[in-house]
Design a protein around this ligand. Structure first.
Ligand SMILES: Cc1cc2nc3c(=O)[nH]c(=O)nc-3n(C[C@H](O)[C@H](O)[C@H](O)COP(=O)(O)OP(=O)(O)OC[C@H]3O[C@@H](n4cnc5c(N)ncnc54)[C@H](O)[C@@H]3O)c2cc1C
Length: 470
């Protein structure tokens, strides 16, 4: 079998047990969690330290071979192409150490390849908590979340990207192989204890970067006390009362201090015929029973005053809220029944979330007409997301139906463009979705992005072709 050009050199860096270039290995790294096309790398390497990654990056520069960092591979915007069949995929999952827990400074430092589930589990043993992504934490890595969307859900209010402020700093390998630390580590004598730096906030350069400015190898996040008390609630509004449900959710979201760690309005999509109620579901978390009761009472009072629902805590809706929010972390179980999922999501300002939600639902309804049983949209949701709304729509198709897949992706592209043009904001970008979003970037901003990329990565080896960059 013909080996990848760098097989031997990479084995010298990380050891032969951690390099693979067989067809089986590279195809296993070819896709994300979406229906967008597979893009196999040429070789996969699993480093164990920032220093090894630095060596790999220097080698890649020498040979002008693109690098694609990979966490859990759960992105759903289309896997980065790199140079298909030739790129080096750097799998971060060996780097999963919990490096430091500093309760007094409220920081936790981990290697970027640790999954959210492992981090949460290990902190829980000490009565502590750090934000990870709400879903699916068993595979999403901390580094992947930082470089993709850093979401959350749990002890504090948050879902997608609402957790960016809780990132204190990162260690990263730059495209030239240099290893840098951001935040207070910009003073070589300081610990990583705060996001402030000598000069501008360069932690932000890596957050949401999709790996185009380097590989994040360590992350320091804010640490919280675990809140052991959780309660879910659900109220139901008739199908015509989405405005009311939205008003109630807005009032709950506006309350200071924040009451809900998670919450949202869930409804049936255009594929469901007949009456479609809206369920407003939420979760309160607390340190004590009294605190939880008080928070739950407060949420109920706000809902009652804003827009009394048609039903309070019906069994089915409450059960749904518990499954989704309490045990959480698994929003994908329907996919086995419904086929391959295509997520469409937008972050929207509170004042226009509802009109965007309605517009997108209507468009999806039109676009899937005539595709009954092949491309479906069974559900939609509008989440409380800090001080924003996070809108999500779920399309499904069977992987064995290539026409349906193309249709689902065409619908997603159209809807993504529609939402962006109406002020929605995309967080989950990666390749295919990112290219659509990049069309909306004003030229001076695009120029800034291009300039940064050219300066930091003159050989264009770090995740090339993302965000419509060369
Ligand atoms: C069913 C489902 C539900 C989801 N729900 C949520 C949610 O509730 N909240 C939320 O925030 N997100 C959610 N996500 C999205 C998920 O959290 C993000 O896609 C996250 O970025 C994926 O992390 P990962 O480790 O799988 O990264 P990957 O998918 O492997 O990589 C993501 C991107 O980051 C780059 N990258 C990965 N690791 C590094 C690194 N160490 N350094 C530099 N670049 C890197 C990759 O090249 C790629 O471009 C959901 C995803 C799925 C499939």
């Amino acid at each position: 079998m013909a080996r990848h050009d760098l097989y031997k050199a990479l084995c010298d860096i990380v050891g032969p047990s951690y390099v693979a270039d067989s067809d089986f290995a590279v195809w296993a790294y070819a896709r994300d969690a979406s229906a967008y096309p597979a893009r196999p790398p040429g070789i996969v390497v699993r480093p164990d330290s920032s220093e090894e990654i630095s060596e790999i990056v220097k080698l890649a520069n020498l040979h002008r071979i693109p690098i694609i960092p990979r966490g859990g591979g759960t992105q759903y915007g289309g896997w980065p192409p790199g140079d298909p069949g030739r790129s080096i995929c750097v799998d971060m999952t060996r780097m999963r150490r919990l490096l430091d827990v500093n309760e007094l400074n409220s920081t936790v430092t981990v290697e970027a390849g640790i999954t959210g589930a492992e981090l949460e589990e290990r902190l829980l043993r000490r009565g502590l908590y750090a934000h990870t992504t709400f879903s699916p934490p068993d595979s999403v890595t901390v580094g992947g979340a930082v470089c993709g969307v850093f979401g959350g859900g749990g002890a504090k209010f948050a879902t997608l990207a609402a957790n960016w402020p809780t990132i204190v700093g990162v260690k990263a390998v730059l495209p030239n192989g240099d290893i840098v630390e951001t935040g207070t580590r910009s003073n070589q004598h300081s610990k990583m204890f705060f996001r402030a730096a000598i000069g501008p906030d360069l932690t932000g350069l890596f957050i949401g970067s999709y790996g185009i400015f380097g590989i994040v190898t360590e992350v320091t996040q804010e640490l919280f006390r675990h809140q052991p008390y959780k309660r879910e609630g659900a109220v139901v509004y008739d199908s015509e009362r989405l405005d009311d449900a939205n008003r109630a959710m807005i009032e709950v979201g506006l309350h200071e201090p924040k009451l809900c760690s998670l919450g949202g309005i869930f409804g049936m999509g255009p594929s469901v015929k007949g009456k479609k109620d809206w369920q407003l579901i939420y979760q309160v978390t607390a340190h004590t029973q009294e605190e939880m009761d008080a928070k739950a009472d407060c949420v109920e009072r706000i809902i009652r005053e804003a827009a009394p629902p048609d039903a309070w805590h019906p069994e089915a809706a409450t059960g749904f809220a518990q499954r989704l929010l309490h045990f959480g972390h698994d929003s994908s179980s329907g996919a086995k029944v419904l086929g391959m999922p295509t997520f469409i999501e937008f972050l929207a300002p509170r004042d226009s979330g509802l009109s965007l939600f309605r517009g997108v639902l209507e468009l999806i309804g039109k676009e899937i007409e005539g595709w009954e049983g092949r491309v479906s949209c069974w559900g939609c949701a509008m989440w409380l997301c800090g001080d924003q709304h996070y809108l999500s729509f779920f399309l499904n198709h069977k992987e064995t139906d290539p026409e349906a897949r193309e249709r689902a992706l065409a619908v997603a592209r159209k809807v993504n463009r529609f939402g962006l043009e109406r002020g929605g904001f995309k967080l989950v970008l990666n390749k295919d979705v990112g290219d659509i979003a990049a069309e909306m970037i004003p030229e001076p901003y695009a120029k800034l992005l291009r300039t940064l990329k050219e300066v930091l990565d003159p050989n264009n080896i770090m995740n090339p072709h993302m965000l419509s960059l060369p």
